[in-house]
Design a protein around this ligand. Structure first.
Ligand SMILES: Cc1ncc(COP(=O)(O)O)c(C=O)c1O
Length: 378
């Protein structure tokens, strides 16, 4: 079986994990959390905090916007539940936006029509590690005085124009889940543009206390200041992440190699009108997080999925659009409300892509996809 995804854990990650165990780097914000944070600081993420997951990074982001019951936030329907959950946990209502077909990202040109006097935030998602058109989104947000919380869970290592993904937004959230390019099992991070919000985030993340300031020697005792939670990951997991970050280029190169191989190999099928390949706009530099193809409709997508799985290729679909999921329906949405999202989500099929894959594996995947169409034409 060619697995859809696999983490790549080498002796380096094991060495750091063992070091963490042997030296008692177990709770949060110890040696390895600091090393990971400094690594991202050096990449330009001035205010950067590791969190227990991408989901908790989004929850922290939502708390910082002060979104409250009665408020609304604009989010693409084509995303993971966590993007919406984070804001709904604060009592806010999701306003689901359409995507643009090429990238599967929120259609920035359709955001403004969704803004009301209740809108508090725009939550774009960088699907497949391809950045949204952030300049366009930031102009809209500024005009209407809205927060932008970018769900960059899949976009670690990607760029928007000249900057690493996330830096244009007020707040950006990343994931280091086992399925992501750089993993620590469960983990995430948040980038916060504003320094004052960063101080607030440090307090929320440490159970509502200013323990961080105390540990940094800025105050001589710490106390309870805000409603908070425990959002800092174990340093043991940060040790695993630090190993991954030391292998950053190696992992990136391999993923881009596989992504480009798929992209080039599927040109023929696209020219023959069988599939559509992903679009990478000129403003985006990708991280090879995932590769998908678009089939002509959901029936063909599902047939392809069955065919590939029967031939030991771990392909999979992605997101049932949130507006058409059971909870989306409870919020008054119905099938047909977002036709582009529904169509493209139904046509999308993701192919295996991970560090441990060989060129031979990738060639097998391409061959099986081609065979599916050859069989149909016979
Ligand atoms: C777009 C998106 N948002 C949020 C998340 C949540 O991240 P995590 O699994 O680290 O909580 C994911 C990860 O699956 C994701 O792909």
């Amino acid at each position: 079986m060619i697995n859809f995804t696999e983490p790549s854990i080498t002796d380096l990650e094991k060495k750091y994990a063992l070091d963490a165990l042997e030296h008692g780097y177990l709770s949060g914000d110890k040696k390895y959390t600091k090393l990971c944070t400094e690594w991202f600081n050096a990449k330009g993420y001035k205010n950067f905090l590791l969190t227990t997951s991408g989901s908790s990074a989004l929850e922290l982001g939502a708390l910082l916007t002060k979104i409250a019951p009665g408020d609304e936030f604009i989010v693409p329907s084509f995303t993971f539940s966590s993007t919406a959950n984070a804001f709904m946990l604060r009592g806010a209502k999701p306003i689901f936006a359409e995507i643009e077909p090429g990238t599967m990202n929120i259609d920035a040109d359709k955001i403004e029509a969704l803004i009301t006097d209740k809108t508090k935030a725009i939550v774009p998602v960088d699907y497949a590690g391809v950045s949204c058109d952030m300049d366009k989104i930031m102009v809209i947000a500024k005009k209407h005085n809205l927060f932008v919380v970018e769900d960059a869970a899949q976009a670690v290592g990607s760029f928007y124009k000249d900057e690493p993904c996330g830096l244009r937004a007020d707040i950006a959230c990343f994931s280091f889940h086992e399925t992501k390019n750089y993993c620590m099992g469960e983990g995430g991070a948040v980038y916060i543009k504003d320094d004052e919000l960063m101080t607030e985030a440090e307090i929320i993340r440490e159970k509502g206390t200013n323990r961080k300031q105390f540990l940094n020697g800025l105050v001589d005792k710490y106390s309870w200041y805000k409603i908070g939670s425990s959002l800092l990951p174990s340093d043991l997991l940060a040790a695993v992440l630090y190993g991954q970050l030391e292998r950053f280029d190696e992992i990136m190169e391999k993923r881009l190699h596989l992504w480009n191989y798929y992209y080039n190999s599927f040109e023929k099928l696209e020219k023959a009108g069988c599939i559509t390949r992903p679009t990478v706009p000129s403003y985006a530099k990708i991280n090879g997080h995932l590769f998908y193809i678009l089939l002509s409709d959901i029936a063909e997508r599902n047939a392809m999925l069955d065919y590939l799985r029967a031939h030991e290729v771990g392909a999979t679909f992605h997101y049932v659009p949130l507006h058409s999921a059971p909870l989306g329906l409870e919020y008054g949405y119905k099938e047909g409300d977002l036709p582009i999202t529904e169509e493209y989500a139904g046509r999308l099929l993701r192919l295996p892509l991970h560090f441990n894959m060989t060129d031979e594996d990738a060639a097998t995947v391409v061959k099986k996809v081609e065979e599916f169409f050859n069989g149909k034409n016979d």
